[in-house]
Design a protein around this ligand. Structure first.
Ligand code: TYD
Ligand code: MG
Length: 491
């Protein structure tokens, strides 16, 4: 098949006489019977009766456009309002996506309860759960407000009618994959249905001015046929994630037409619903065991917000057992496996640490959080080195910095915020990229009093500084690679 033929068979065609579309090119239109009228669908066909000047809106002066409608309505859930920059805007459509069971329905139910508590009607369109199930969840979270209306069933048309009738202050549709447009033959959850329903619901929100919150499920491997396919249709996309077996939940804005993205909200899932966690420190580091090899704390940035995360490494029983083997890729949890593999190679090639071959490394970010920032590189490499050497890093030390293949420590953004958070949580020492200090002396000056900050240029240098303390505890010089006990500049 030639390229031209293939292109022809994939592209829809449209009859320039009657507008009928056809997936195949044919000489005679099957609808009107005209010959040679089929052209590619992109060829513009003028609608009968429409002239070029009719029905077109004139351009207006932008500064005269009112922004009153864009003032957000607070949802009353503080961490959500923080992420949204104040609340939901009238007529806006927000998509909340996350894996099943993470707490999306719980979060939005709390939003509805809170807004209903102010004395205005709100509406839940539950396409997924029966109202008995919804009511069961509600009663676990406290008394159900009088103004909370609920509608059961998948029919998108019924939702439109109910919104028109009740004019609620806010509508939640739970979930995208369960609503369906009765005019379409495809099953609920199919791409065609999801798209059609989002389009209809978006039109409804825009015309009624009612803010709409939509729930969408994604699977752990990022199901593309679902919510991702409709991101462009909505105003705001929020991701809700965390480890189902841990209490911590992270809400991030991925797209936001009414404010900055990247802002993060943190929640704890409890027996009575989600609770905002303005200070996640104790939840993240509360169970940390000091003095155990392989544990390193890194201040990561979630949006603009710093969060202290413990990175742990462990060497498995398969380590060093067969001479001449090849080190296997580290097993990771909450950390990218390819990145950890690269860091293991940097550690083996650019420092004196004797990474055993084969090495069966396990590396994890504790607390059910996923760390994707390169700023955590230094912590991952130090945790591996610490576990190989069986030397703990000092318990009051935090580290951050990206690692290059040459073993160099590269600068990362937000040093001042990371250091401030470490200091707030009681850490007294920090290893940071030397270029961060060099380029901005201000960072060192702004380092909170009581926090001693070291700039490091290489991973090897970081190992010496981090290992110096451990060496001092157990006798310096006993371990090659950690042996050069530098008079650390912080003493
Ligand atoms: P849910 O909001 O139904 O998740 P999603 O809509 O994202 O699928 O919440 C699911 C889990 O949360 C469920 O396993 C039970 C747990 N949960 C609590 O731990 N405490 C609570 O108060 C509620 C309502 C749920
Ligand atoms: Mg749900």
């Amino acid at each position: 098949m030639t390229t031209t033929q293939r292109a022809r068979s994939d592209v829809p065609y449209v009859c320039t006489a009657c507008g009928t579309t056809s997936l195949r090119w044919v000489g005679r239109c099957s609808n009107c019977g005209e010959w040679n009228t089929l052209g590619p669908a992109s060829v513009r066909v003028r609608r009968p009766g429409r002239t070029a000047t009719a029905d077109t809106a004139p351009a207006v002066a932008l500064r005269d456009v009112s922004t009153d409608g864009a003032r957000p309505l607070p949802t009353g859930v503080s961490e959500l309002d923080r992420v949204l920059g104040g609340g939901v805007v009238g007529g806006s459509v927000t998509l909340l996506f996350g894996p099943p069971g993470i707490g999306k329905s719980t979060l939005l139910f709390q939003v509805l309860s809170s807004v209903a508590g102010t004395g205005v009607d709100v509406m839940l369109a539950s396409a997924e759960e029966s109202l008995t199930q919804v009511s069961g969840r509600a009663s676990r979270m406290g008394p159900v407000p009088q103004h909370l209306l609920a509608l059961e069933g998948p029919d998108v048309e019924a939702i439109e009618v109910a919104v028109e009738r009740h004019r609620p202050a806010i509508v939640v549709v739970d979930s995208l994959q369960s609503v369906s447009d009765p005019e379409l033959a495809q099953p609920a959850g199919s791409l065609a249905q999801v798209r059609a329903c989002v389009e209809r619901l978006t039109r409804m929100a825009k015309s009624s001015g009612v803010p709409l919150l939509l729930v969408g499920h994604v699977t752990k491997d990022g199901d593309l046929a679902g919510p991702r396919a409709v991101e462009h249709l909505v105003d705001t996309v929020l991701s809700f994630d965390g480890d189902r077996h841990h209490a911590l939940r992270v809400l991030t804005s991925v797209k936001h037409r009414f404010g900055p993205t990247g802002e993060v909200g943190i929640f704890e899932m409890r027996d009575d619903g989600l609770r905002a966690v303005p200070d996640p420190g104790p939840l993240m580091l509360g169970d940390r065991m000091a003095g155990v090899p392989g544990s390193v704390v890194v201040p990561v940035l979630q949006g603009r917000r710093p969060l202290l995360v413990e990175v742990q490494a462990l060497l498995g029983p398969g380590t060093g057992s067969s001479a001449g083997g090849v080190a296997s890729r580290p097993h990771t949890l909450g950390i990218d496996a390819a990145r950890a593999n690269l860091l293991m190679a940097v550690l083996a090639c650019r420092t004196a640490v004797d990474v055993p071959v084969p090495a069966e490394f396990f590396v994890a970010a504790v607390g059910g959080i996923t760390v994707s920032e390169p700023a955590a590189d230094l912590a991952v490499a130090l945790a591996m080195a610490s576990v190989v050497r069986q030397r703990p890093v000092p318990a009051d030390l935090v580290v951050f910095g990206e690692l290059g293949l040459a073993g160099e420590v590269r600068t990362v953004p937000g040093a001042d915020r990371r250091l401030a958070e470490a200091h707030r949580a009681g850490f007294t020492r920090a290893l940071v990229p030397a270029s961060t200090l060099g380029d901005a002396k201000a960072t060192a000056a702004a380092a909170p009093a009581g926090l001693v900050v070291h700039g490091v240029r290489t991973l090897a240098e970081a190992l010496e500084l981090a290992g110096a303390e451990a060496g001092a505890q157990t006798g310096p010089g006993t371990m090659p690679g950690w042996s050069t006990v530098r008079a650390a500049a912080n003493r």
